[in-house]
Design a protein around this ligand. Structure first.
Ligand code: ZN
Length: 296
């Protein structure tokens, strides 16, 4: 299997920005970590891919981007984030979800997500934190992101995201593209891009056939002059650690800590983003309490 990465390009004399990614390994890593059922696997894989594509516009190593899909469907929401170094992580609130397929063999991500809002938060080095939002159009994620970029960020955009789930539940192919048009884009280029996207069809099928991000871009931008500016490796990676988890335990209120110590119990903390479980012995919990008391 090819390693996950994305490519970023500029075309049509600077009027078209284009991004394409293969994310099969990271979508499957998310599936394995969170034990998601197929429709949740598809929804999370699409959201992770969309997050990686949006984060491809970040420029500083300290910058990050968060995508939150707050739908009222059985998934009860999706949260993903990514940084400038291609580290992507995320989760669905309810991983064990099953909904009627929209058509035979087609996972109904829209119904699993439901209706609600989409939020994009950029944490930028110089401009600080900026959050934009819009209503979900279909809950299918790609359409929602395109609508968000077009309406909320005033950048006409096309987004394609796809995840193919095998009968055994694993991810066989995942990927996506994002096209952004600047105001000076000609009608001819616009028509050509639309035609290209129609011809490409399903992006997950393209990845399953072995197309690389460069080949997806070549298909999307056929007939348009462009150059690739960057290639960025992508992977599922979380920023949690044992030290940070212990820090979170120190934030429990004193009565909760006292109860743990009195009952001679350890503590257990699960990271939402990657499902890693951190266990602390009664002795470690006692030390946290001693540290707290020393500060008082
Ligand atoms: Zn984590």
């Amino acid at each position: 299997m090819m390693a996950d990465y994305l490519v970023r390009a500029i075309g049509a004399g600077g009027n078209v920005r284009a991004f394409a990614a293969v994310t099969t390994a990271l979508a499957d890593e998310a599936r394995r970590r969170h034990d998601t059922w197929p429709v949740a696997t598809a929804a999370l894989g699409r959201a992770l891919t969309g997050t990686a594509l949006l984060a491809a516009t970040l420029k500083d190593p300290d910058e990050s981007l968060t995508l939150r899909v707050a739908g009222d469907g059985p998934l009860r929401g999706i949260l993903c984030d990514s940084d400038e170094q291609g580290r992507v992580r995320g989760y669905v609130v309810e991983p064990h979800v099953d909904v009627e397929p929209s058509s035979p063999g087609k996972l109904n991500v829209g119904a699993a997500v439901g209706s609600g809002m989409l939020y994009v938060t950029r944490q930028l080095a110089l401009q600080g934190i900026y959050t934009g939002s819009c209503e979900l159009v279909s809950g299918e994620i790609a359409e929602d992101l395109a609508y968000y970029l077009t309406r909320s960020e005033q950048t006409p955009s096309a987004v394609g995201l796809g995840v193919r789930v095998a009968p055994d539940g694993s991810v066989v192919a995942a990927g996506g593209y994002m096209l952004q048009l600047m105001p000076a884009t000609t009608d001819a280029d616009r028509d050509r891009l639309e035609e290209n996207l129609g011809r490409l069809g399903s992006v997950s099928l393209a990845v399953e056939k072995g197309m690389t991000p460069e080949e997806i871009l070549a298909a999307v931008l056929e007939g348009i002059d462009y150059q690739i500016l960057e290639r960025r490796d992508l992977r599922f990676a979380c920023r949690c650690s044992r030290e940070r988890a212990l820090g979170a335990i120190a934030l429990l209120d004193e009565s909760e800590l006292n109860a743990l110590v009195d009952e001679d119990r350890g503590a257990e903390l699960t990271c939402h983003f990657c499902n890693e479980v951190y266990r602390f012995s009664p002795e470690e919990v006692r030390r946290v309490r001693q540290g707290m008391q020393a500060k008082q």
